[in-house]
Design a protein around this ligand. Structure first.
Ligand SMILES: Cc1cc2nc3c(=O)[nH]c(=O)nc-3n(C[C@H](O)[C@H](O)[C@H](O)COP(=O)(O)OP(=O)(O)OC[C@H]3O[C@@H](n4cnc5c(N)ncnc54)[C@H](O)[C@@H]3O)c2cc1C
Length: 451
């Protein structure tokens, strides 16, 4: 009991120390903005602004963009340029649930813009450039000075670059929505719901969080279906502590999901309606859903600076300042699922499971370091991985969940009964400045295809 109290206090203390450091950075920038607006002109210098380009606007990139835009001194002559192909923010946490439960899928697509400071996308007085330019495109390649857009091939020069391309390259539901437009994304989710609804023998591959959640949701909603979860390791949730592994297994058993561990699906024979396992065993299957295979999407950095990408994990390796490890690219930063601490800088750094808290903290560090560098100071804010970021809430059917946090020695579990089938996603809409669940296309009218 004492251990647990200490664990919670330590975690809360470390996060509070980080947040207060970031808050003090923000206050210092805001005071500077205020002082400047009272004493001198805050008008940007004449001419084209210098670009702070952010690639990807999910948890990490969107947070970096909003932090920089909120604190950027206009007299420095910079603007934020976000390049993102999606027309809405995709909220990943609810995807396994919305692959099963019908009628809520629109809630996974949150309108952009509300998380940016008001008016950021509007042109300034006399047609001056907006504080944030939002380009709906994909970056095809990067050089030390510019990013090249995939759709028109245009180059956007940058003074600073933040790479936030995340994980899940070539991925599919339920880990990511493989569509840039909301309309297509809704269609894909509805098709997945129909496949699950119409199946008699559902086989889910991968006993990480997405696989466990999808399998237990499906069995919880359709108790008469046969649902099998196949996992290559000996225990589901093997990257987490033993208490969470056991709780997940209990939840799976209680619902009647069949669990196969230590084996993997090697093929699906659609004619015979079976999934074939490596061991040779066959499992009845008329719907196979793959929940494995998230990889960091580090292709852009790998092409520019191969030594900045880990040969083993595929992450962009970053210093504690979130600058990529390549000393020739001091103005290139990375944050979120795409990156991991460079072990040569910090051999003790534990790489947490990809999660949104780390992504946001990294984004804040990258953002304040870009702001410092734009003012001519050396980046000095640092991100240290913290086990407390790895807290996870795992659903085990439509009305139960278990949350876990641990530092590798002590592990805490919290069980809960859940009432909201939409997993309280309305709170995330509000945090991102959107009104649940009203779509808003004013943002799209301000989006550019090039700048
Ligand atoms: C099913 C599921 C459930 C999860 N649940 C939780 C949870 O409960 N709690 C938690 O903390 N975390 C959870 N996570 C993890 C969390 O979603 C990730 O850590 C988070 O999304 C990482 O954000 P990111 O911005 O780094 O990358 P991503 O979310 O992967 O986004 C990358 C962005 O980059 C854009 N992009 C990619 N390539 C390009 C390019 N070439 N040009 C321009 N843009 C590009 C993409 O369109 C996308 O918007 C979950 C993840 C999954 C898959």
């Amino acid at each position: 009991m004492f251990d647990k109290a200490i664990l919670v206090l330590r975690g809360v203390g470390q996060i509070a120390a980080f947040l207060s450091a970031m808050l003090s950075r923000s206050i210092s920038f805001r005071l500077k903005l205020l002082r400047h607006s009272l004493t001198s002109s805050t008008a940007p210098p004449a001419g084209e602004p210098l670009n702070i380009v952010i690639i990807g606007a999910s948890i990490a990139g969107y947070h970096a963009a909003s932090t920089i835009a909120a604190n950027l001194p206009p007299w420095l002559g910079y603007r934020v340029v976000v390049v993102e192909p999606r027309d809405h923010f995709h909220f990943t946490w609810v995807l396994p649930r919305f692959c099963v439960v019908e009628g809520h899928e629109h809630k996974a697509f949150i309108p952009y813009a509300g998380h940016l400071p008001a008016g950021s996308l509007d042109d300034g007085p006399g047609g001056a450039p907006s504080k944030v330019a939002w380009v709906r495109d994909r970056v095809a390649s990067i050089s030390p000075t510019a990013v090249r857009l995939a759709a028109g091939g245009a180059d956007i020069p940058y003074a600073f670059l933040v790479v936030a391309t995340g994980a899940g390259a070539g991925d599919a539901l339920p880990n990511r929505v493989p569509a840039d437009g909301k309309a297509e994304g809704l269609e894909l989710l509805r098709r997945m719901q129909a496949r699950i609804r119409d199946a008699a023998d559902l086989v889910v591959v991968g006993g990480g969080a997405a696989g466990v959640e999808l399998a237990t949701d499906a069995k919880s909603k359709y108790p008469d279906k046969r649902v099998t979860l196949v996992h290559s390791r000996d225990a589901v949730m093997h990257r987490f502590g033993p208490r969470l592994q056991a709780a997940a297994r209990d939840g799976i058993d209680a619902l009647g999901v069949r669990l196969v561990t230590g084996d993997r699906v090697v093929s699906e024979d659609k004619d015979r309606r079976v999934a074939v396992l490596k061991s040779g065993r066959e499992i009845p299957c008329d719907c196979l859903i793959n929940c494995t295979g998230q990889r960091p999407d580090a292709r852009l950095v790998a092409a520019l600076s191969p030594a900045s990408v880990s040969a083993t994990t595929g992450h962009v390796l970053v210093r504690p300042t979130m600058q990529v490890r390549d000393p020739a690219l001091p103005n290139v930063y990375a944050c979120g699922d795409v990156c991991a601490p460079d072990p040569e800088e910090d051999s003790t750094a534990v790489v947490a499971q990809p999660n949104s808290r780390s992504a946001m903290r990294q984004a804040m560090v990258a953002a304040f370091n870009v702001l410092d560098a734009a003012e001519g100071r050396a980046p000095s804010n640092v991100y240290r991985p913290n086990w407390f970021d790895g807290v996870i809430k795992l659903t085990l059917g439509l009305d139960k969940s278990v949350s876990s946090v641990g530092d590798g020695k002590t592990e805490l579990l919290f069980r809960a009964k859940d009432k909201d089938v939409a997993l309280m996603v309305d709170g995330v809409w509000k945090r991102l400045g959107a009104t649940p669940f009203e779509d808003d296309d004013t943002f799209l009218s301000k989006v550019k295809t090039k700048i």
